[in-house]
Design a protein around this ligand. Structure first.
Ligand SMILES: Cc1ncc(COP(=O)(O)O)c(C=O)c1O
Length: 463
């Protein structure tokens, strides 16, 4: 479904529209503004999660139920972000609530194994064909860090290849070319990008051990592997790039990565922190490519902090504490009862039928977004797969990180604030996802709001 609201003549300039939207936003969120001011005194910028921050200040969220959340001023929103794709069931899922509540009075974390750990590990091993064994940690960042450590230990090599624009968390080694500016000559040309450290504070020599290649460019990665393949410990890739803009890999590219890593004795790591939700066995099931290692997080914790990594027994067995020279992987809250119990409940409530249902909702969302944008004469690309959607405003068709990086970010932020005013909660970069708490009516409500938002700022979008 799409919505086309006939436009009254609106002669405002883009900056007038931006000023109006920000004024409306401020007027509708005084409590969030006050909370932000208080937070600024004790946290830099009043923030503790850079990706979720946006100007003038983010809404403080007070509570959520199902697919709806409520801000500190009592306004409700359809939650189309689900804590950056991690809340597969939205908020307050009864199964998750019951599982967690059962443990709260009797202890949440012990330095000891528990039944729920094994259960969650069994669920992952049963679902993901390439995973024989798994271990848990507390974030996707840690999952990636441990997977790279495992690969380096297994191969005795240090070099890692990642995709330009690939996001794998905030571990120093993967903070290379996450959001490089393609216009900066330091980033190199399109088909031979040069790794650049993503944030100050990461050692500059990180780029000696971590190099980049463009997603979906078989020639470029083949060339790189011909030149340096025998030094490569691991090639890490998100099969659907999330942070870069919900950009699915080409089948042929992932197949080429598998062949090249096998040829050169390097390990292939699929970062499925985000994409695991896209098929019951992870999106690798759809691509029919088996990596050596897979990283997990987000949905497997049922709404609690989590990470996991797993794969071939021969690689994972390096962590066996009874082995001759075990790899170290520890964490105070690894496998804690609350996260594990919530994860088991969340995964049990996410059978293949539910995966298919919310993927179909994702398709309904993407096609409705495309129709609404086209009917309002707004040039844009809508990307995604399954339950994911990304909106990229501008004439340039978005197929790669460099395409996505070229879009007008200010325009995306303007549409994001306007969507909030219309009751839809998406990421500031216009990333969206569906959840099992939604149905077709929810998506139609989102599309109606999206139509109003687009129409409300149309002169800015069409400029
Ligand atoms: C593909 C991918 N890998 C790793 C991470 C890092 O996970 P976390 O935020 O749990 O550290 C993310 C987070 O969004 C991600 O999308």
């Amino acid at each position: 479904m799409s919505v086309h609201v006939p436009m009254a003549v609106d002669s405002r300039t883009r900056s007038e529209i931006e000023a109006d939207v920000v004024a409306d936003y401020r007027a509708s969120s005084p409590r969030s503004a006050a909370l932000h001011e208080a937070a600024r005194k004790v946290m830099p910028g009043g923030d503790t999660r850079t990706v979720a921050f946006h100007a003038p200040y983010p809404l403080a969220v007070a509570e959520g139920q199902g697919c709806r959340i409520q801000d500190a001023d009592g306004r409700t929103y359809i939650d189309l972000l689900n804590n950056y794709t991690s809340l597969i069931h939205g908020h307050g899922h009864p199964g998750v609530v019951a599982a967690v509540s059962a443990h709260l009075p009797t202890g949440t974390a012990f330095p000891a194994p528990n039944e729920a750990q094994t259960k969650l590990a069994e669920i992952i091993v049963d679902r993901v064909a390439s995973v024989d064994m798994v271990r848990f940690c507390n974030s996707g960042t840690e999952a990636v860090m441990n997977a790279l450590r495992a690969a380096r230990a297994f191969t005795g090599r240090e070099l890692v290849i990642k995709m330009e624009g690939g996001y794998h968390g905030t571990y120093d080694d993967v903070e290379v070319s996450v959001h490089p500016d393609p216009r900066d000559p330091a980033s190199g040309p399109d088909h031979a990008p040069i790794g650049v450290v993503g944030t100050r504070g990461v050692p500059r020599n990180t780029t000696e051990n971590v190099i980049v290649t463009p997603m979906n460019d078989v020639d470029a990665v083949s060339r790189l592997m011909r030149e340096r393949g025998d030094e490569v410990a691991a090639l890490i890739v998100e099969p659907v790039m999330g942070s870069a803009g919900m950009l699915p890999a080409d089948h042929a590219f992932l197949e080429a990565l598998r062949a090249l890593t096998l040829e050169h004795g390097a390990l292939l790591i699929f970062d499925e922190v985000m994409s695991f939700r896209l098929e019951a066995g992870g999106v690798q099931e759809h691509y029919r490519v088996r990596p050596d290692l897979t990283t997990f997080a987000k949905i497997i914790g049922g709404g609690f902090p989590v990470g996991g990594f797993g794969g071939r027994a021969s690689v994972m067995e390096q962590f066996d504490p009874l082995g001759p020279t075990p790899l170290w992987q520890s964490g105070t809250f690894n496998g804690n009862l609350i996260t594990m119990a919530a994860g088991v409940a969340a995964m049990e409530a996410y059978p293949p039928s539910e995966v298919a249902r919310i993927n179909a909702l994702g398709e309904r969302l993407r096609s409705g977004l495309r129709d609404t944008l086209a009917e309002n004469d707004v040039e844009a690309t809508v990307t995604g797969y399954g339950s994911f959607a990304g909106v990229h405003l501008g004439a340039r068709e978005v197929r790669s990180y460099r395409d996505a990086a070229a879009v007008d970010k200010g325009l995306a932020r303007l549409l994001h604030l306007t969507l909030l005013l219309e009751g839809v909660y998406a990421a500031p970069r216009l990333m969206m996802c569906t959840s099992t708490a939604m149905n077709e009516k929810t998506i139609d409500d989102v599309l109606a709001a999206f139509g109003r938002a687009v129409n409300g700022i149309r002169p800015a979008l069409a400029a």
